[in-house]
Design a protein around this ligand. Structure first.
Ligand SMILES: Nc1ncnc2c1ncn2[C@@H]1O[C@H](COP(=O)(O)OP(=O)(O)OP(=O)(O)O)[C@@H](O)[C@H]1O
Length: 298
């Protein structure tokens, strides 16, 4: 087995004039990997390129050592749950999975075995005879995982899977991904910091198609050490404060508010030093990119 599950070297992709991926280099090890970034950062473009659904302009991508140009081989190794996952609503859960298996050329006995195993795995055995359209959002996403795992791929790619799920479903879904990651590589894209915090050791942060950070959550937190503060302010000073500092959370009281803020340059001379949380570290990373951009423009 190659050491990295996915390697991306100098990858660029444009839509017309729009640069979606900009000379991106990234190595994704086996296990659970989180890809974090705002809307429009390039996450979907990256996932579709790895899944061979989009063609890159330049650079290279390999999955378990196989270049994406060998699309058939790569597709056999990848299961993909897209952001806008939809399935045959009028079929039952078991029929829909069976049908997908049929389309991908599986024998009847293989389908029977895989469908029953996967329904068990994603905890939908009790819903096997339910129509797909009658499932809750969380159940539908779990069905999405079952369809992505039908051909037993080595890598599972999931694009913003927890958007629209309630907190309980979100936790359940994250736990399912962690279970899958014990034997497969799971690439999880999200703009929800909590998804990453709870599940991934290794992460990458993308911004405008570029890599802002690649490493472990602990390393991201270490970069934010000494740069996160809190301060209590009168409510009326809040708006002005927000113009000067990136505020990560605000807890409002009757007359004052306690704000947590990041100071990219270190000690701002006000407030109390705090231990960074992943959300602070993420915002710090993004705010650094923005100030870099302002500098470039100046
Ligand atoms: N088909 C397309 N045509 C033109 N521009 C596109 C197309 N698809 C994406 N883009 C642009 O490319 C950039 C990257 O988009 P992408 O969907 O990869 O980002 P993302 O991080 O997945 O965001 P989101 O969470 O909103 O999907 C964005 O600026 C987006 O507007």
């Amino acid at each position: 087995m190659s050491e990295q599950a996915i390697t991306i070297r100098d990858l660029s992709k444009r839509y017309g004039e729009k640069r979606a991926l900009d000379h991106l280099t990234l190595s994704i090890p086996h296990g659970m990997f989180g890809l974090l970034g705002r809307n429009g950062a390039g996450k979907t473009t990256l996932m579709k390129t790895i899944s061979t659904l989009l063609q890159k302009q330049s650079g290279s991508v390999t999955v378990c050592g196989v270049p994406v140009e060998r699309a058939r081989e790569v597709r056999r190794m990848i299961g993909y749950l897209p952001q806008d996952f939809a399935m045959y609503g009028s079929m039952t859960v078991a029929e829909a999975l069976d049908y997908l298996g049929l389309l991908s050329g599986m024998s009847r006995s293989k389908r029977r075995e895989r469908v029953s195993l996967l329904l068990e795995r994603v905890n939908l055995t009790g819903q096997a005879r339910k129509r797909v359209r009658a499932l809750s959002g969380g159940m539908r996403q779990r069905l999405g995982i079952a369809q992505a795992l039908l051909h037993d791929p080595k890598v599972l790619i999931v694009d913003e899977p927890t958007a629209g799920l309630d907190p309980e479903e979100r936790v359940r879904f994250r736990n399912l991904l962690c279970e899958v990651a014990q034997e497969k590589t799971v690439l999880l894209s999200t703009h929800i910091v909590g998804d990453i915090e709870a599940t991934c050791e290794n992460i990458a942060i993308l911004d405008r198609g570029r890599l802002l950070f690649g490493g472990t959550v602990a390393e991201l937190l270490a970069e934010a050490e000494g740069k996160v503060y809190s301060i209590e302010l009168p409510q009326r000073e809040l708006a002005g404060f927000r113009k000067r500092y990136e505020v990560t959370t605000t807890v409002a009281g009757p007359r004052t508010a306690t704000v947590r803020f990041v100071a990219p340059e270190g000690d701002p001379g006000i407030g109390r030093l705090e231990s960074p949380r992943v959300e602070d570290a993420y915002l710090l990373c993004l705010s650094g990119a923005q100030s870099g951009e302002r500098g470039e423009r100046a």
